[in-house]
Design a protein around this ligand. Sequence first.
Ligand SMILES: Nc1ncnc2c1ncn2[C@@H]1O[C@H](COP(=O)(O)OP(=O)(O)OP(=O)(O)O)[C@@H](O)[C@H]1O
Ligand SMILES: [Zn+2]
Length: 628
Amino acid sequence: MNGKGMMTGRALFLLWLALFLMSVAFVMLWSRGAQQVATIPYSEFQELLRQGRIQQVVVGEHDLHGDLVEPLPSGARQFRTIRVDGDVAADLEARHVPFSGEVGSGGIAQVLTWISWIVLLSIMWMIGTGGLAGRAGGGLLSIGRSKARIFAETEIKTGFNDVAGVDEAKIELQEIVEFLKNPQEFTRLGAHVPKGVLLVGPPGTGKTLLARAVAGEARVPFFSTNGPEFVEMFVGVGAARVRDLFAQARSRAPAIIFIDELDALGRARGAYPMMGGHDEKEQTLNQLLAELDGFDPSVGLVLLAATNRPEILDPALLRAGRFDRQVLVDRPEKAGRTEILGLHARKVLLDPGVDLDRLAALTPGFTGADLANLVNEAAMVATRRHAKSIAMEDFEAAIERIVAGLEKKTRILTPHERSIVAHHEMGHALVALAIPGCDPVQKVSIIPRGIGALGYTIQRPTEDRFLMGRHELENKMAVLMAGRAAEQLIFGELSTGAADDLAKVTDIARGMVMRYGMDETLGSVSYDTEPGRFLGQPEGAFWQHRRYSEASADSIDNAVRGLIDAAAHRAFAILRQNRDKLEQGAKALLEKEALTADELPKPQAEPVKAELTPVAGDERGGGRRALP
Ligand SMILES: Nc1ncnc2c1ncn2[C@@H]1O[C@H](COP(=O)(O)OP(=O)(O)OP(=O)(O)O)[C@@H](O)[C@H]1O
Ligand SMILES: [Zn+2]
């Protein structure tokens, strides 16, 4: 989507360049034409007049100019001269040269040159503010207004009922609705209202729809625009647009401002290096920050923005008092998909035999937009076969077509792959539940999230932690290894799905051995590496300086490996003991795609092993080696 912003920016730049060159050529030709006018001394004029070489004359207040019968040796066909005596008219009359009078002329060519410059400059300025190329439909004449496309809508009919499958997001946004309905009351009691809310989620999950629904529910005007619209090559233009957007919204507060594709502002850095795009981007961003900092919350203005790449946003945007709240708008799970299908199916004629629940089961990974598209496609298939209503087969045909298209974009898993992911995630969850003292599991899901992650398990710590004991780290490692252990237990084979888990587990294990002195044989030594600088090399050319012997390096590798193996064995043992729960949980997960804490099976708690309790005399608490 940002590509679009860059494209318009680049196209505008080329248009600007072309117009500029054309204008320069035009002005140069013009002044060459103007050089066709020879400025001659008055005496020469009198001479030419006497010789009958003057065709006609325009008599001005201070000067004379006119056409010659034949060009001068210099090529000039016209002349200009300063009047010296009073009675030219009589002379001209006597020689039968036609003449006319003119008041205060400064030379028509000069005037025209000036006009062309003015036209040129205003064209350039208008392009700068986006007035040309139909960007705003405002046209050439509306000089002086900002041209970002801002859509202002007052009576929005969309409500929360039109958005389905995103209940958590709705709950979070309900507060904004309450606030917008009565901003003074809210702020009078000192409640903190976020100024900016960032809707984060993949494309087509209904972020724009949700933002509109908030405006519709609160019955406030909705000002919406697109991030790329602010990315311009002229310094200050984007900033002016931001100012304009907020000014418009403020004058109609309480109101909602919605910026789609906010990341365009954060990603534009360096897009136009030769045009100083860097400065422009920063100015625009700074203006946005200033507007966010500047407004008084009690006026009732809320900025909603959408992005599917929160990680590339400028961190300054996410600071307190700005976009300090993020609302996740994720792909819907099965129940959500049924609801969304229901919403869109209301607008078409359905055959009574259509089972929305089954359709939802057939469409894992579909977003709201995909589902809206599905209903549409099915209607088209039905139309083509001249049916009275849309039947299940129409949907099935439409799904096949859409899936083929989607597979290119986001990979849809095969049933076997889904089963692996379900057991993997259930493995994480069960081991976390079985180990006493682990962070509670909140949610397990096999809905692909972002790029790469095929499923996820969310554990939320009960309290903020700054220190972690050795046992906690070991527990964490066992939970991380549990996904892979489950795959091994059920399928007898390892898959590539655990790479991220392994990377995390290795980080923890290396930390324990090298930084926290938690390995008995290596002792309480920090085996951290130290960055060194090459002498005479520019800054930034670092190398890692290893401050330990080759022998220690071997021991470190062995110790790290030992910790990870122990964690893997532990996870495997827990899962083997709870195999029925694992299979039962994975089945439920395949069915519902996401399970919350109370829907998870309850595994047997891991027996507290004597070896895990600290051994007298060893303050660090030993026992790692005693693990299976
Ligand atoms: N949760 C949903 N409930 C009902 N309809 C939905 C939902 N999500 C998406 N849709 C349908 O898909 C269309 C597109 O959704 P929308 O533009 O809001 O997605 P988005 O998340 O803003 O996408 P993008 O990031 O591409 O802008 C909506 O107009 C609606 O018809
Ligand atoms: Zn995992």
